[in-house]
Design a protein around this ligand. Structure first.
Ligand code: FAD
Length: 509
């Protein structure tokens, strides 16, 4: 959805709010999103707070979020599934998984925990309005885009809607795009009938999506060219974990294997992230030497695979079994590092003056970031602007009662934070019940008022384009650990469970 559509969404929501509401259903907790976050949170709610009534609303026709909306060839995770999978459900397959494997895993979680009856598909949430008179959220949803509305009230709103717009990816506005004679495809909207056979394909981009697409397209089309403005880091490895294989040979229980391998992966990721700061040049050398080992000494690795930033300032895509590099080595794929001057009828004219001819152009150029699902939020009738709030540990926001957002990790597996945040929410809801509180919100304490307010994520730590482009829309962070999303699982695994719910930052009512 572009800004105009988002605005339309909000306009529609406003007009609905003034029309006659159909019968309203009430739930203790309303979860927005049936992706890997929403399903994980529902599991925790059901197991830790049995008896809590809840509903999950999702705009799509089925669960999965990211893993159903992306349908491009070869779509797979770039994190290992021992950490991208839930803590509570063993992952028994190879570490890098296809979208289909992730969906089957989620399906088992839904089935084993009787979650299906709690999910309402084809419910796009348009508005969420908090009333301090009733201490309730009123949530309006559009059913299957057919004009029918559903109204819910909920005591607590649990936002699991991800962080980007599913309806449309980000495509820069290049000169002459209309002139190109062939299809221009964004990976978020891959046409089922795209005929690749014998075609010359250009993939614009160099991130994880491009790395997945290149080897897959190389097998199906005439030739594929990865066109990148600047190089990215990649990590090459076998799509297998020796320790897991060994433990399986010893017939160790899968639950144990999951826990042990998870700890190993987490420890290694932690050590690696620390090394990226402590000795970035050495890490850079190691990452690049892996590529030289596959492509050979004559390949121009300096131009195409030597990034200008420190490793981990952007996510490092894992290339299982070196598939992308083997595609390049075989000659079925090639890399061009240059900038786009304009599109032409036959392809792309580069700033260097060279022309790349193509039949199909794929724009693997990333996401359109979206704050809280393009939902029109209001508190006691006043429109809510998230950019005016300050975040409490990337979960709650000043001035917004009874609401938590699951915003996972970018540099580690997103889902690690789902388990952590879910436990926090369950603890918070129990605490409210014990106190007899109907409302909780976070507020800056007197000692916090002089804190400098900064952007949601520190660009020194993590700075991909899709985040930087939209940072102004996001809540603010400050310089104290409790007022920021640190993106640091290793610290948060201890600090989040230890949060003092009676700290002055929590205001109950
Ligand atoms: C191709 C690809 C590969 C990735 N691989 C990895 C990886 O390997 N490791 C990793 O850590 N991260 C990865 N990511 C990031 C990934 O998006 C997250 O890790 C994770 O899947 C997000 O899960 P989620 O449930 O929070 O959000 P999503 O998967 O985005 O799901 C959100 C759900 O909320 C619904 N929703 C949104 N707004 C509304 C609304 N207003 N009303 C109703 N429903 C709504 C959507 O329909 C969707 O179903 C990848 C992303 C992509 C695109």
């Amino acid at each position: 959805m572009n800004t105009e559509n988002a605005q339309m969404n909000i306009e529609t929501a406003r007009s609905i709010a003034h029309s006659v509401s159909p019968a309203t259903e009430h739930f203790d907790v309303l979860i927005v999103g049936a992706g890997i976050s929403g399903i994980g949170c529902a599991y925790h709610l059901r197991t830790q707070l049995p008896g809590t009534s809840f509903v999950i609303l999702d705009a799509q026709e089925r669960f999965g979020g990211t893993w159903i909306t992306h349908k491009y060839p070869g779509i797979r995770s770039d994190s290992d599934l021992h950490t991208f999978g839930y803590r509570f459900k063993p992952w028994v397959g190879p570490p890098i998984a296809t979208a289909g494997e992730i969906l089957s895993y989620m399906d088992e979680v839904i089935e084993e925990n009787d979650l299906a009856r709690h999910i309402r598909y084809k419910h796009r949430v348009l508005s969420a309005r908090w009333s301090s008179d009733t201490n309730l959220w009123t949530v309006e949803a559009d059913k299957a885009n057919n004009g029918e509305r559903a109204t819910f009230t909920a005591s607590f709103l649990w936002m699991c809607q991800g962080y980007y717009r599913h309806s449309e990816g980000y495509t820069p506005d290049w000169l002459g795009m209309k002139d190109f004679a062939g299809p221009i495809v964004h990976p978020q909207r891959w046409p089922d009938d795209l005929d690749l056979s014998g075609k010359r394909v250009i993939v614009i981009g160099s991130g994880a999506t491009a790395a997945t697409l290149i080897p897959n397209l190389a097998d199906k089309c005439g030739h594929v060219t990865m066109l990148q403005r600047s190089p990215t880091y990649f990590w090459i490895g076998r799509n297998a974990i020796e320790l897991a294989e060994e433990l399986r040979r010893l017939q160790v229980d899968e639950a144990w294997i999951h826990e042990i391998v998870r700890r190993k992966m987490l420890f290694e990721q932690y050590a690696f992230t620390k090394r990226c700061v402590a000795e970035p040049e050495q890490v850079k050398k190691e990452l690049i030497s892996q590529i030289v080992a596959v492509l050979g000494p004559d390949y121009d690795v300096a131009t195409h695979f030597t990034p200008r930033y420190r490793p981990m300032q952007q996510r490092i895509a894992f290339v299982p079994d070196a598939d992308m590099f083997l595609g390049i080595k075989s000659g079925k794929a090639s890399v061009v590092t240059d900038e786009i001057e304009r599109f032409t009828k036959q392809g792309i004219l580069l700033k260097s003056g060279k022309t790349l001819e193509a039949d199909i152009i794929v724009t693997a150029t990333g996401f359109n970031l979206c704050v809280l699902g393009d939902i029109d939020f209001a508190i006691d009738g006043k429109p809510l602007h998230f950019s005016e709030t300050v975040t409490y540990r990337g979960m709650m926001f000043t001035g917004i009662p009874n609401m938590v957002w699951v915003f996972g990790y970018f540099r580690a597996s997103w889902t690690l934070r789902v388990d952590l945040v879910a436990e926090f929410v369950c603890r918070l809801l129990k605490h409210m019940k014990e106190k007899g509180a109907k409302k909780v919100e976070v507020a800056l304490r007197p000692e916090d008022h002089k804190m400098p307010l900064l952007s949601w994520i520190d660009p020194e730590i993590f700075n991909p384009g899709y985040l930087m482009r939209n940072m102004h829309l996001f809540p603010k962070r400050a310089d104290k650990p409790e007022w920021q999303h640190s993106q640091d699982y290793w610290t948060e695994k201890d600090t989040i469970p230890a949060i003092d719910l009676d700290d002055k930052a929590f205001v109950y009512g």
